[in-house]
Design a protein around this ligand. Structure first.
Ligand SMILES: Nc1ncnc2c1ncn2[C@@H]1O[C@H](COP(=O)(O)OP(=O)(O)O)[C@@H](O)[C@H]1O
Ligand SMILES: [Mg+2]
Length: 219
């Protein structure tokens, strides 16, 4: 479903990765480890068409991301991707429920029941009317997860989605993520520093300074 071939990316004179190849099939839950600064977030942004690689190919659900126009990439994100950003990126002037509902509205598929279901699944039932400013970091992270899943995306890109959570809550959030992947025949690429999160994955990859994505061994 996702196929990355020889992807290369640099910022001006600073190389980030030089040769990343990676395949993810439907139903797969893949964890990616890698030291801070090695380019994990940059790779997710390139997959989502939010950042531009310098060479190589990214094919998502038979669409070549790098050759799409900007409106084409926006459509691809809307229809096929759920992204849990490391910095959440919630809209501050919308309520929690409105933030979660946004992907459905952009697809012209409003569904209040689905929004409520997701808020309950991430343990935030009853907080939908609040403003993001009234939530803790861990709660914001769970809103970001609910928003990424609400429209049943084909591929979920999750950038350290349990980094602000206690171990018990983190484990429940991974349950939610994994259940969605299984139920919808979706796939997930989970960037994490957590051994507990990686241990749940079908496969564990490591992004290294040379840019090669190598198997780090099964959990
Ligand atoms: N917009 C940018 N402009 C210049 N350098 C950047 C930019 N974004 C990230 N970098 C650099 O690219 C490298 C990879 O960053 P990042 O993908 O955030 O790493 P990770 O998520 O693995 O911690 C880092 O050296 C970072 O400083
Ligand atoms: Mg990062």
């Amino acid at each position: 479903m996702l196929s990355i071939t020889r992807l290369k990316k640099a910022y001006a004179e600073t190389p980030v990765f030089a040769d990343v190849s990676l395949d993810i099939a439907r139903g797969e839950f893949v964890a990616m480890l890698g030291e801070s600064g090695v380019g994990k977030s940059t790779l997710l942004n390139c997959i989502a068409g939010l950042d531009e690689a310098d060479a190589g190919e990214i094919v998502l659900d038979r669409e070549a991301v790098r050759t799409l126009s900007e409106p084409g990439r926006a459509r691809l994100r809307r229809e096929k991707l759920g992204f849990v950003f490391q910095a959440f990126h919630l809209l501050p002037h919308l309520s929690v429920a409105e933030n979660v509902a946004l992907p459905l509205l952009l697809l012209d598929r409003p569904d209040g029941q689905r929004v409520a279901q997701l808020l309950a699944a991430v343990g935030l039932a009853g907080l939908g009317a609040r403003s993001p400013a009234q939530l803790s970091g861990g709660q914001l992270q769970r809103v970001a997860l609910a928003r990424a899943l609400v429209h049943r995306p084909l591929l979920i890109l999750a950038d350290e989605p349990t980094g602000n959570l206690d171990p018990a809550t983190a484990s429940r959030m991974l349950d939610v993520l994994q259940a969605q992947v299984r139920a919808e025949g979706a796939a997930c690429l989970l960037v994490t520093h957590s051994a507990a999160a990686a241990a749940r994955a079908d496969r564990v990859l490591r992004l290294t300074a040379t840019g090669i994505v190598a198997e780090a061994g099964s959990p």
